[in-house]
Design a protein around this ligand. Sequence first.
Ligand code: NAP
Length: 390
Amino acid sequence: LQSQDQNTYRIGGVVVKNKGKIRPLVPFAIHTKASTLLDDPEIDTIVEAIDDSEAAFEIAKYALLSGKNVISANKKMIATYLRDLIALQQQAQGRLKYEASVAGSIPIIQLLNGYLAQEPVELLRGILNGTSNFILTKIFNDSMDYQRALRQAQKLGFAESDPSSDVSGRDTWYKTKILLHEAYGLEISLDQIFYYGIDTLGSDDIQYAKSKGKRIKLIAHIIQKSGSIAAWVMPQFVDASDPLFHIDNEYNSIEIESSNLGKQHFTGKGAGALPTAVALHGDLTSLNREKPIARALSYQALSPEEIKLEVYIRDKQILDRSIIPFIKVREGYLDDRFHYLIGEVRLSDLLNLKSWLSSRSCGVIATGRYHVNEAAQLKSVKRVEMELAL
Ligand SMILES: NC(=O)c1ccc[n+]([C@@H]2O[C@H](COP(=O)([O-])OP(=O)(O)OC[C@H]3O[C@@H](n4cnc5c(N)ncnc54)[C@H](OP(=O)(O)O)[C@@H]3O)[C@@H](O)[C@H]2O)c1
């Protein structure tokens, strides 16, 4: 990593897992026991970028309790243990930073916690997984098949060691939970955020998108209406008028919309060793500069029953409408190979149907249309008015 950093910190050592592994020479001591660094009183900051979220949490917990700072790239660990980690940070002196855990080179966490901290963001949506986007780009732009595109992503180092997290949508799901916290200070449990991946997409789904002049992108969606928030992660049809249509390969892109600022777009490399290293390094250099900002606004989670999404659902057989409770169907097609319907479904029904849809390898793709129950919005407005009156 080339850098202009003039800071005076010293790297005390590196911890790895496998002692015998052949690796490039580094000018630091290499250890295999995290305790070597965790118990060293000279070390005040632990940078954690390992692929085991449970081991990472133990390391982060121990470090924070010992008053050390923790910088992490591990979105699964942060999303799963966010509440515990924040409590640990408050209890001890150390600080926790995790810019590298979301959207690689886009400094989205700094942005949401700094410049946008008092801005009531109405929409935050984006492509947050470089591997899935790389695969979809190869499928749509180069007519490559799914397996070959995945192998290429792994060869180039974009895919995680276990790519199932990328392609199943789980990686984007973890990042969405982190963004909910960064943008709104809100902790929504993972099981309240619907996610679906690109791993069940079939050639019929791709053909359908192409026939309409669209591409499919894996998109995280967070909406805020009158103080109430909802989020989901799903493949979505996008056409050329959508800026996300043009985001290719391992790039990530985030769109933020608010009434004061209109739309803003942030694009950058979402995966790979160097963008991740730059984000970790950025956290390190900002440790002593920033103090956390207290938000003036407060938000609440919207019940998933209050949100209706228009989705394309495809199965190999006739879709059973007594199982999938479409509120309205706009389009459908049936032949001897597959059946799809496009219509409105409640987000709560999608959450309940998630395992059923995945087990049948159904394609599930959002059209980008959704609406929020008016009554739920009015309730939220009343709540905000009451808060202001207090
Ligand atoms: N790759 C990316 O583009 C990217 C981007 C953003 C965030 N991240 C996050 O960064 C983390 C690492 O991802 P990666 O792709 O770099 O994985 P990776 O290539 O598999 O590297 C994982 C490293 O962690 C070490 N390790 C595993 N368990 C350990 C333990 N218990 N104690 C000490 N060291 C341990 C491994 O040691 P050995 O070398 O001895 O096996 C290896 O060096 C993950 O949380 C991932 O989500 C990755």
